[in-house]
Write a protein that binds this ligand. Structure first.
Ligand SMILES: NC(=O)c1ccc[n+]([C@@H]2O[C@H](COP(=O)([O-])OP(=O)(O)OC[C@H]3O[C@@H](n4cnc5c(N)ncnc54)[C@H](O)[C@@H]3O)[C@@H](O)[C@H]2O)c1
Length: 387
């Protein structure tokens, strides 16, 4: 039985590529760490031609394409330079740090180019609204880089909720984090306000929120009571214990922990917490509580885009309390491949973005709400302007 389920997922994933003989001209904006994952997947796709790239650091884009053995790519020093000089682009991957997500996405859409934008959507809700407006005006597709939702186990969470097995959902607890895992892989772009704008909340918090909000159909957030802190990022030991420079502590200017209590449309409450660093293994499993059953999703020790073990549905059978274990589903294709493939297929078919801004706008509104509520010290109403 389990093998059949796995085969079904495998076949579905491998059959997705739309083969209409057309080659898509693609550009990559920002050629840092995550751009590696994009180009590796693009190179597997015979219907993609990478024609342009841009990075603010002189020589970085050229070195990136050379490292990946991709030739004849025209390189530029900013997204603007690239988009002005390349009128024939079909799509761009925006792999820049968070602070430049909105400006790169808006400029691309205004130039009539489809966008795959890395997560988090933006830094603020206002920026996200501006991107949604540019998308509406352009008629182009923008998809946000939330690859974990393409993991078969994540999709199973949504299937369980949609099947009605849990009844009416009324309470959700989600989040996650790392014991000691403030990201400084190639410098400080994740931990400085001027490049990142938001810390753990935006970096991995957006995934935890998407895991449950996507499952329940993305109800609108109504109110948020938020908290954020930065106790660990400002300490030298955080960096020196893993061989990183002590001076990173002075540059740390975002959150390393965030929490929120959110009321959602439909009477559901969401209790959320996320940590880049803490004295704890995990801040708890994700639970989705319903009137007929509740789902426990074991936490991972670090966000890895999937679940930390077999999920369990707790329910009554013949009036007796019991549980059903959901076996782990293996992913034979990889979420990153699916994230890029599903975006390109939507471009080719003029379809719907696989991770649409209409949903992620609510994800961003919650993160923005936590930041604002934490700053003023009490609950706030979430107000999302008309797009
Ligand atoms: N989906 C995932 O699994 C995943 C994983 C890691 C990072 N990310 C996201 O990807 C983004 C980039 O992260 P990273 O680790 O690659 O960062 P990075 O700092 O290594 O690279 C970002 C690059 O963008 C360039 N850049 C910034 N603004 C630009 C502009 N206007 N035009 C051209 N280049 C510009 C910078 O010079 C830098 O080289 C972040 O938003 C991060 O949250 C996603």
């Amino acid at each position: 039985m389990a093998d059949n389920i796995l085969d079904a997922f495998k076949n579905k994933a491998e059959d997705t590529a739309v083969t209409d003989g057309r080659k898509l001209k693609v550009g990559i904006i920002g050629t840092g760490w995550i751009a590696d994952a994009h180009i590796v997947e693009y190179k597997k796709m015979p219907d993609v031609e990478i024609v342009a790239g841009a990075d603010l650091v002189p020589g970085k884009a050229e070195a990136f394409f050379k490292k990946h053995g991709v030739e004849n790519v025209r390189c530029y020093l900013s997204h603007k330079e690239m988009l002005d000089a390349e009128p024939d682009l079909d799509a761009v991957s925006i792999c820049t740090y968070n602070r430049t997500h909105a400006e790169c996405a808006i400029y691309s859409l205004k130039k009539g180019v489809n966008v795959l934008l890395e997560k988090p959507f933006t830094v603020t809700l206002d920026e996200a609204v501006e991107v949604c407006r540019a998308e509406k005006e352009s008629g182009k597709i923008i998809s946000i880089g939330f690859q974990p939702r393409l993991d078969p186990n994540m999709q199973m969470i949504k299937k369980i909720v949609e099947s009605g097995e849990l009844g009416q959902i009324y309470y959700i607890q989600t989040g996650g984090g790392r014991r000691h895992g403030i990201p400084t892989p190639f410098g400080t772009s994740f931990i400085e306000d001027e490049t990142a704008g938001v810390g753990a909340l935006g970096d991995i918090g957006c995934y935890s929120l998407d895991m449950v909000l996507n499952a329940i159909g993305y109800p609108k957030p109504l109110t948020v009571s938020g908290f954020k802190s930065d106790f660990f990022g400002k300490q030298e030991i955080t960096y020196t214990r893993s061989g990183r420079p002590a001076e990173y502590a002075k540059k740390f200017s975002v959150d390393d922990f965030g929490a929120g209590f959110i009321r959602l449309e439909g009477g559901i409450v969401l209790d959320f917490r996320i940590a880049w660093d803490m004295h704890l293994d995990t801040p708890g499993d994700t639970i989705i509580m319903g009137t007929k059953g509740s789902l426990r999703i074991p936490s991972t020790e670090c966000w890895n885009g999937s679940v930390g073990g077999p999920m369990k549905i707790y329910h009554d059978v013949a009036g007796e309390p019991t549980f059903t274990e959901i076996p782990i589903l293996k992913d034979s294709v990889g979420c990153f491949y699916k994230k890029i493939r599903s975006f390109l297929d939507a471009v080719k078919t003029n379809g719907t973005a696989p991770v649409p801004t209409s949903q992620i706008l609510y994800n961003q509104a919650i993160i923005d709400g936590i930041v604002k509520s934490a700053e003023i010290g009490h609950e706030i109403e979430v107000v999302i302007p008309e797009i």
